[in-house]
Design a protein around this ligand. Sequence first.
Ligand code: PMP
Length: 362
Amino acid sequence: MNRVFNFSAGPSMLPVPVLERAQKDLMCYGDSGMSVMEMSHRSPAFEAIIADAQAKLRQVMGIPDNYKVLFLQGGASTQFAAVPLNLLCGSKKADYILSGQFSTKAYKEAQKYGDIVAAASSKDDNFAHVPAVTRASFRPDADYVHMCFNNTIYGTKFPEIPDTGDIPLVADMSSCIRSEPVDVSRFGVIYAGAQKNLAPAGVTIVIGREDLLGHARPDTPAMLDWQLAAENDSMYNTPPCWSIYMAGLVFNYLIELGGLEAMKALNVKKAKLLYDYLDSQSYFIAPVEKASRSMMNVTFVTGDADLDKKFASDAAKAGLVNLKGHRSVGGMRASIYNAMPYEGVEKLVAFMKDFAANNPKA
Ligand code: PMP
């Protein structure tokens, strides 16, 4: 079996020990006589799996007791609608920070439900940096402020949590959740699709402060009502059982590794190796402003579209796959989420050096 280093932006790599454990459990989970995929979500075995996944996530992220953890479906994109439906319950105003494609999608979706403005945007710079914001950037009576913490496509990340004063801050953390410690109490709501740093695609995690739940618009579809999900322990309907089980294994593995401090140390080391190389030469260009650099998605270009294409294709032949940049920006993108080993980044840097030496620019 030849596993490659998979730099995909998501779905992406999972830790090998987690895959091995899933393989072991596949035919028969514990003494249940069946796989998790075949199990009733109301069975004691699955109830234990979901309770354990929640407890482990709480432990890993240090989630305070006054926050609910929900395991939902529909991806982060469904939360683009769920956020306004659940939270536009006062002035019906919300302020969005536009730092890339997903925050813009969230903004457009929210516009269907209230008075939504862009408080700041870095579109003019093709989202090569994250916009600077202060409390003064937001309308004081806004029901919430929305941001996307790490911008998967552009390879940017907010260097710090924006100060929104008393206005609840809602963050899409799809591509940076679980990559380093974060002070959950600074947020009203955090949400994330699983398929980058949590689990296989299928489950979407919402972490919401209790006082913000229970105020959804009356016409909110039941499946998007966070309070209903909380009251039903994320089992208002059949949850994505397999993804939740896998998430639990991933959380457990992270705890064994030493938790988020240990994870951050490894992620910093990986990102530093790649950025240090990018900064040391002139063949590849890293378009993102240094202060906004993402630790999870690293973007770079050669400046020649044909060479970019050749890079991604030659790299794939060398076992370094999915390095092509997002179709909307081109170039290259190396997604180096938690499960990417340091060795994968070492191999990538060595490959980049060889490629630059063997493919002179015209
Ligand atoms: N937000 C971010 C930051 C993302 O990277 C993505 C997916 N790439 C999404 C939202 C959309 O997520 P989903 O496909 O789970 O709806």
